[in-house]
Design a protein around this ligand. Sequence first.
Ligand SMILES: C[S@@+](CC[C@H](N)C(=O)[O-])C[C@H]1O[C@@H](n2cnc3c(N)ncnc32)[C@H](O)[C@@H]1O
Length: 256
Amino acid sequence: MAGLYAHPDYYEIAFDFRDVAAEVDFFEACIDRFGERSNRPDSVLEIACGPSPYLLEFDARGYEFTGLDNSSEMISHSIEKAREHDIEATFLRRDMADFVLPSDVDFAFCALGSLYLDSNEALLSHLDSMADAMTPGSLYCIDGSIDFAGGTSSQSEWETTRGDTTVRFGIEQEPIHTTEQLVRQTLTTRVETPEGTRHFREEYVRKTFAPQEFRMLLERTEFDHVGWFDSFDLSTPVEDCEPGTLHRPVTVLRRR
Ligand SMILES: C[S@@+](CC[C@H](N)C(=O)[O-])C[C@H]1O[C@@H](n2cnc3c(N)ncnc32)[C@H](O)[C@@H]1O
């Protein structure tokens, strides 16, 4: 049975907890403080865009939006969302590990721990594709995906109701290979509607990237590490945070 990533409507209910405008404020604050371009960026790429929750906010601020995802359901849903709001945007069904964009962008981000990569080589290939897709001096912000906690198991679950639909979503991560730093992520979803109850389950094997390992790998790419900031707040650098207290650490990279 296909998982939640093949059901964008239910995904949007489960992940409707963010303050998208505040997160885009943070991205623009990063651009102001760390971007090198004299002109304000006017194009943005979302890696693993899913149902493109940031599309409307970026469009309202004058950016041209490109979304990339490997789920055809997510891409179709995003195309439909853009059409409904009369937005001209580009959506590409691609694997983030290796892709080419039709034209360069001058800001990029990946939200909600969505770097689905299974090796260091895949990360390097992803960053090569990103470097080819981005203008010099532009920023790439990655929300989550760096393993600050260090190979531990984790589990969380929550329930959201919108109208007559209730989505209960659970995410569990467990280490499955010590030296390759592989973890299995299991997503379970229960959807209750007046028509009945549906269950979805999906599993992904991913590599974790420790912070210093990530920085060393970056030396083999066209990106510089600008900083790590927790909770979409430039006044909260991760190096000042107590271990175990991080909420949503964001990695900020700059294309050379
Ligand atoms: C947690 S969702 C994030 C969606 C969206 N960025 C958001 O903030 O709500 C992760 C997304 O990653 C996509 N994905 C998983 N593996 C991928 C890959 N190898 N290449 C591109 N997209 C991928 C899934 O289809 C899913 O839409």
